[in-house]
Design a protein around this ligand. Structure first.
Ligand SMILES: Nc1ncnc2c1ncn2[C@@H]1O[C@H](COP(=O)(O)OP(=O)(O)O)[C@@H](O)[C@H]1O
Ligand SMILES: Nc1ccn([C@@H]2O[C@H](COP(=O)(O)OP(=O)(O)O)[C@@H](O)[C@H]2O)c(=O)n1
Length: 261
């Protein structure tokens, strides 16, 4: 497997939590981190991916891991609301995600010998509506956060854009670049409705508002923490949104970031 692809160990065997900027064992330098948070439909996945490509960085979509975990819980019949059941699953599954090129997500379920490609399945409505149930558990979040830090540290890449809900505040609060990407609920629903066939804009808006409400009980991704740059994409097209992220990266004072450009 190349440096373009990351294989994450089961969260149970991931290294202990530490700074995301801490060097990986055996690697000379840690990847430069660009941390991006935001609500559903703000553009963080697609814009982060495009920005990462231009920067020559990898991209870690942490939401894909929460989605894959929810998928695995639904497949195995684990109780998504019971933290011990979700932790047991986390200790027994295997999760892989590509950090470069087209995103590919695979899961080996407990007891299974072959991986399942869940890249498409984790985007389905049946999963989207259930993810907040697994992401609500603090110990589950801690374990996944350790896994994210291990994936980044072991990536062998010059930099990684890591995006989610609590990257700027919990996973990588020391990242040299931290962005909160927002857009109005109406714009976000419009964008998401454009991706889904057979679902009305009104239904998408209601789903987004409901999911944001559940998720914000756990982490605040609607307001930038101190030192985090707000990028509102409501009135920006896709290209302008990518440029806005690149501008923040280029404006960052960190010598490490400038060296990588
Ligand atoms: N600034 C933008 N202008 C127009 N469309 C956008 C913009 N940003 C993202 N999109 C589109 O909106 C949809 C949702 O974006 P996505 O990156 O999946 O959001 P998020 O990861 O925040 O949920 C995608 O189809 C994406 O191409
Ligand atoms: N860092 C993260 C990323 C995602 N999540 C959870 O995972 C779900 C899916 O995240 P996502 O980033 O794929 O969602 P979208 O914004 O793409 O719709 C969210 O609704 C949260 O419940 C989280 O809790 N923390």
């Amino acid at each position: 497997m190349s440096g373009a692809e990351s294989t994450a160990p089961a969260a149970a065997s991931a290294p202990a939590a530490g700074s995301a900027a801490a060097p990986a064992a055996g690697s000379a330098t840690a990847p430069i981190l660009v941390a991006i948070d935001g609500p559903a439909g703000s553009g963080k996945s697609s814009v982060s991916r495009a920005a990462a490509t231009r920067l020559g960085f990898g991209i870690l979509d942490t939401g894909a891991a929460y989605r894959a975990l929810a998928w695995a819980a639904l497949e195995t019949g684990a109780d998504l609301d019971a933290e011990p059941a979700v932790l047991e699953l986390l200790g027994a599954w295997r999760f892989d995600i590509t950090l470069r090129g087209e995103q590919r997500v695979t899961v080996v379920l407990p007891g299974a010998s072959a991986p399942s490609d869940v890249t498409a399945a984790i985007r389905e409505h049946a999963v989207s509506g259930q993810v907040s149930r697994v992401s609500q558990h603090p110990a589950v979040r801690d374990r996944l956060n350790d896994m994210f830090r291990a994936i980044v540290a072991g990536s062998g890449l010059p930099g990684v854009v890591i995006e989610g809900r609590d990257i700027t505040t919990v996973v990588a609060p020391d990242a040299p670049v931290r962005i909160l990407m927002t857009a109005s609920p109406e714009v976000r629903a419009e964008r998401r409705a454009g991706e889904l066939s057979g679902v009305s804009r009104e239904q998408v808006l209601a789903d987004i508002i409901a999911r944001d409400a559940k998720d914000t009980l756990v982490v605040d991704f609607m307001n930038p923490a101190p030192g985090v740059t707000l990028v509102d994409t409501s009135d920006l097209d896709f290209e302008q949104s990518i440029q806005a992220v690149i501008d923040v990266v280029q404006a960052a004072p960190s010598a490490a970031v400038e060296e990588s450009m």
